[in-house]
Design a protein around this ligand. Structure first.
Ligand code: ZN
Length: 180
């Protein structure tokens, strides 16, 4: 799962990438989680993307900073640093983000029961958030237990998608028949 300015998932089933019909699999960012939420880029209200993407979080924190008498954050990185430094007004915002991340992961785990969930994105830069999320996963009542050691941080970081698409292309080239 990549969670940054957008959200998406790559699904690997039996060592093969599963793309779904017309390549549409893995659109986890548009799972609806809040019928009264903000309008998403897809036109629907309250998608996961309207809660977890860095641009939406930045906007929300900028809007709420004034009513808490706090300096307006200028960037998403600044919000992460201030959250890590323990600024109390950010806690309810991030508590909600943990809940929604949990819902997204729980939907996926209950649906396809993956061996592991690998996360790439801003969450890996916040030790507080990573710990809260893993604790939430540990305590979630999955019908089949899903333990925290099955939630991994992506080792390739933001280059993962690039490596993945290059690998797909190489596979296509080297498995191509000379008659194609
Ligand atoms: Zn959407």
């Amino acid at each position: 799962m990549t969670i940054n300015e957008g959200i998406g998932a790559g699904i690997i089933l039996n060592s093969q990438i599963y793309s779904g019909f017309m390549g549409g699999a893995g659109e986890i960012g548009h799972i609806p989680v809040d019928p009264n939420g903000e309008i998403c880029i897809c036109g629907q209200r309250g998608c996961v993307e309207t809660v977890l993407t860095s641009s939406f979080i930045l906007k929300k924190c900028q809007n709420q900073s004034a009513e808490h008498g706090q300096a307006v954050p200028q960037s998403f990185d600044e919000i992460i640093s201030r959250y890590e430094a323990g600024e109390a007004w950010l806690e309810p915002i991030f508590d909600q983000i943990v809940k929604v991340t949990m819902l997204m992961i729980a939907s996926t785990v209950n649906f396809i029961s993956p061996e592991v969930v690998i996360i790439e994105g801003w969450m890996n830069r916040s030790a507080n958030f990573s710990e809260m999320l893993r604790a939430a996963i540990e305590n979630f009542p999955f019908p089949f237990k899903f333990t925290r050691d099955r939630v991994l941080s992506a080792s390739y970081g933001e280059k993962g998608a690039l490596y993945g698409s290059a690998t797909l292309k190489l596979q296509k080239i080297f498995s191509a028949s000379v008659l194609d």
